[in-house]
Design a protein around this ligand. Structure first.
Ligand code: FEO
Length: 168
């Protein structure tokens, strides 16, 4: 059995991962509407990944005898102004998720729940990846600058990044 503290913290993270999925789905729709098809595909794949992150936590919670809560989700923004502004939002959001995972890991220490501590190591590693990917894409955008034709290649590049992500 797990403590109520851990159960609540895991349920909070389940909601954050589910909301991340919604945010990326909304970004996919925005990118699609602006003609960035590669970016849209990337965001659809990200949305699926976040749902997987959510499910992994939920299944763990159930396996340990906790009660998982499927909560209401906040409506994500729908206008992202430009690819640059959008990926800046992605990076900011992933940093927020990393901080939340760190808080969760810290609670597992306080509660001496080393099984959950161990389980969370996958998320710690994943967050390093997610932040690095967002930074990498922002670097590409900054290289393009105001060169409109550069965005055609950028879009193809981002689509190619979907296949490059390491499989779990
Ligand atoms: Fe599951 Fe992108 O954090």
């Amino acid at each position: 059995m797990m403590s109520e503290n851990i159960e609540n913290a895991l349920n909070k993270q389940i909601r954050i991962e589910a909301e991340s999925s919604q945010i990326y789905l909304s970004m996919a729709c925005w990118a699609e509407s602006k003609g960035f098809e590669g970016v849209a595909e990337f965001m659809f794949a990200q949305a699926d990944e976040e749902r997987e992150h959510m499910l992994r936590l939920l299944r763990y919670l159930i396996e340990r005898g906790g009660s998982a809560v499927v909560s209401e989700l906040s409506k994500p923004p729908s206008d992202f102004t430009s690819p640059k502004a959008m990926f800046e939002k992605v990076l900011k959001h992933e940093i927020f998720v990393s901080e939340s995972i760190n808080d969760l890991v810290s609670i597992t220490f306080d509660e001496k729940d080393f099984a959950t501590h161990n389980f969370l190591q996958w998320y710690v590693a994943e967050q390093i990846e997610e932040e690095a990917t967002a930074r990498n894409i922002l670097d590409k955008i900054n290289l393009i600058g105001d060169d409109k034709s550069g965005f055609y290649l950028f879009d193809k590049d981002v689509r190619a990044m979907i296949a490059q992500k390491p499989m779990e």
